[in-house]
Structures are given as structure tokens and as C-alpha cells.
Ligand binder design. Structure first.
Ligand code: SF4
Length: 344
């Protein structure tokens, strides 16, 4: 049957605080217990009204955490050339995606409907993977350090050797391969995809974990448009919990292997030429440690960090260099800075 990817067309009720970036009011927060009854400080997750993070939030953080925070708070201050580069990158991704399937808009009426779309997109490609085919724009979900993460894998294919290979496409404005620092950020991104995808196929992501982390109601009836599309891809479902169960069962019982190989393809946007391919080594312990370090910021366990002096060259091309507190304090001297030293 025709392979489709569903795209959300949100109705009024579907608006959700989950990853809107809309700051929360501090009055929403519970009071700390104890004699003082003082309000505790908001964690960044609470401040930005987030109940999950994207894999790209963490990989962007690995370039410069302070820049990632400014990007969230002051997106309008991003350099126009960066915005053009990102938009062109998105168009190239969409064109590649349309080579393997069509994209259709589906009307949603609840936040459960929005998540149902992501799950249906995953469910519809599982048979393709089982049959040894190639899939693009595959949604993946997982938990690290009790934080829910979501990502979209560019491409999963079987290699000539029969290994499941993840391919990430990175388009560049400049006609040469990126610096080591840029590659490091990209390596971390694909390692996170493998980390959460493997946990899914190994049955570690249980349906109740998803609903409790994202505050979704398993008993919520799905909208008629969602049910219609589920039927088209062969699933009869009535409520959100039905889809979660199907996802869990299909991921764990379909014999899809863990990802064997991680590759990143860099190409030049303007000429559409391949600049090079990197094969990334996956070291689970290191990936977990780095994720824990970045998530400690989101959970309010440490202050935001900017780049260390040896990476100060990153500030030269940063859209926020004029207003950056971290940069100013670094120029004033180390004693001005607060927070623990960045771990290596
Ligand atoms: Fe990070 Fe430097 Fe930009 Fe500040 S100026 S946000 S430290 S890259």
C-alpha cells in the first residue's frame, strides 16, 4: 500500500504545553514542603513549560549550552543567514523524504491526537523495515535520566552486509567538511538516536512511561481523522492507549534489530554535492554520561554554561555574542563566573 507520513494540522484543543517553549508562570509550581514554605526555583524544564526534550535540544547544547538557551529565548535574534541555512536544509530533507513517501496533513483535536500522529508514522514504517526496506523521517522516543526525549531519524536502511544502518544528512552552506567541534555535536546526535531506538526495540519503553511523562490520557478517544488514517495503515483503534500498546508490541515483536552502524553524510547545499561521510563509533557509557551532564542543566541541578576559553572561537560567529553574559563574565575573569566547571 501507499506509504504516507502524517503531518499535524492542529485544531484549537490540540495546543499543548509539551514543547511549546512557552514559559510557565511560577505560580503554577508547587510549594516546597518544610517550615519555610518557600517556592523553590523553577528548573529550566518548568520555566519553558516542557515535559519532553528533542534530541536536537541536547546536541545543540553540546555546541554551546548558553547559545541554545538564547536561541530558545530570543529566536528572532538569530542571524538571517543561519535562518536561511536552516530553512534550505529543511526543504532538502523534505525533498528526500518525498522520494520514498507522500506527506499528508491530518486534523488533530487533542494533544493525544498529536502524539497519535507521531506513533502512526512509526507504526506505518515498521513493516517496511521488517521487509528489509529503507525508511525516512522515523520518529523515536525514549527516556534518559527520567527525561522524555523525542527525535526524528533521517534514514534507516539495511547495508549490503545486512546491517541496520542509520544515515543522518547534514547540509552545509560552506563547500567543505565541518570542524571537529561541529562533528562532535553531530556524532552525539546520532548516538542519542541509537540509544533511544535500541531501547525501544528491546522493549524498554513501556506505554505507561510515555503517558506519565508527557501527561497524556490513555483513555482519550482519538479524533475521527486519526482513526481514519489508522484504518488506512491497517490498525483499528479507538483510544490513545490502543495506539501505545500497538507501538510497544510492534516494536518489540517485529524482530527489528538494534542499529549496527551510524553514518553522517555532509553535503553542500548550493551545489548539492556530497562532501564526505563519517562513520560514528557508539560508546554507550560515554553517551549516557554526556546526556546526564546536559540533562542536569534542564533539571535545575547546575547553572547554564557557555563555552570554555579554548572554544571561545565559537563566540565569533554567534548571534548572541553582543549580549552574552557568559562571554562578558569570561572576559572579566574566572572569579566572576558561577557554577561548576564543565566536565570533559
Ligand atoms: Fe556561547 Fe559564546 Fe555565543 Fe555566549 S557568545 S552564547 S558563550 S557561543
Amino acid at each position: 500500500s501507499e506509504l504516507l507520513r502524517l503531518l499535524e494540522e492542529a485544531g484549537d484543543d490540540a495546543l499543548q504545553p509539551g514543547h511549546s517553549g512557552k514559559p510557565n508562570s511560577s505560580s503554577d509550581l508547587p510549594l516546597e514542603s518544610g517550615k519555610m514554605k518557600r517556592k523553590r526555583a523553577q528548573t529550566p524544564l518548568e520555566k519553558y513549560g516542557l515535559n519532553y526534550l528533542c534530541v536536537t535540544d541536547l546536541s545543540t547544547q553540546s555546541w554551546c549550552e548558553q547559545q541554545m538557551v538564547y536561541g530558545r529565548e530570543l529566536p528572532q535574534q538569530q542571524a538571517p543567514e543561519t535562518v536561511v541555512l536552516l530553512n534550505t536544509g529543511k526543504s532538502i530533507h523534505l525533498a528526500r523524504e518525498l522520494e520514498v513517501h507522500d506527506v499528508v496533513k491530518v486534523h488533530t483535536t487533542s494533544k493525544e491526537d498529536s502524539w497519535a500522529i507521531k506513533i502512526l508514522n512509526l507504526l506505518s514504517v515498521i513493516p517496511v523495515l521488517q521487509a528489509g526496506g529503507c525508511v525516512r523521517e522515523l520518529p523515536v522516543f525514549g527516556i534518559i535520566e527520567d527525561v522524555f526525549l523525542m527525535g526524528i531519524i533521517d534514514e534507516l536502511c539495511y547495508s549490503a552486509k545486512g546491517e541496520l544502518e542509520l544515515r543522518e544528512l547534514k547540509t552545509r552552506g560552506l563547500p567543505f567538511m565541518p570542524s571537529g567541534a561541529q562533528k562532535k555535536k553531530d556524532y552525539f546526535q546520532v548516538c542519542l538516536y541509537k540509544y533511544i531506538f535500541d531501547a525501544m526495540v528491546q522493549g524498554q519503553l513501556k506505554p505507561d512511561v510515555i503517558t506519565s511523562h508527557i501527561h497524556l490520557r490513555p483513555e482519550q478517544p482519538l479524533g475521527s481523522h486519526i482513526r481514519e488514517h489508522a484504518q488506512k495503515v491497517g490498525f483499528t483503534v479507538t483510544c490513545f492507549g490502543d495506539l501505545l500498546e500497538l507501538m510497544y508490541l510492534n516494536m518489540t515483536l517485529s524482530d527489528i534489530p538494534s542499529i549496527d552502524c551510524l553514518k553522517i553524510e555532509y553535503s553542500h547545499q548550493e551545489s548539492n554535492t556530497l562532501l564526505g561521510t563519517e562513520v560514528v563509533q557508539f560508546e554507550e557509557e560515554k553517551v549516557r554520561e554526556r546526556a546526564q551532564y546536559y540533562l542536569a542543566y534542564w533539571k535545575g541541578r547546575r547553572e547554564v554554561q557557555g563555552v570554555e576559553i579554548e572554544e571561545a572561537w565559537k563566540c565569533q560567529s554567534c548571534s548572541y555574542s553582543e549580549i552574552c553574559d557568559w562571554r562578558r563574565k569570561r572576559a572579566e575573569g574566572p572569579e566572576q563566573r558561577s557554577g561548576p566547571k564543565k566536565s570533559k
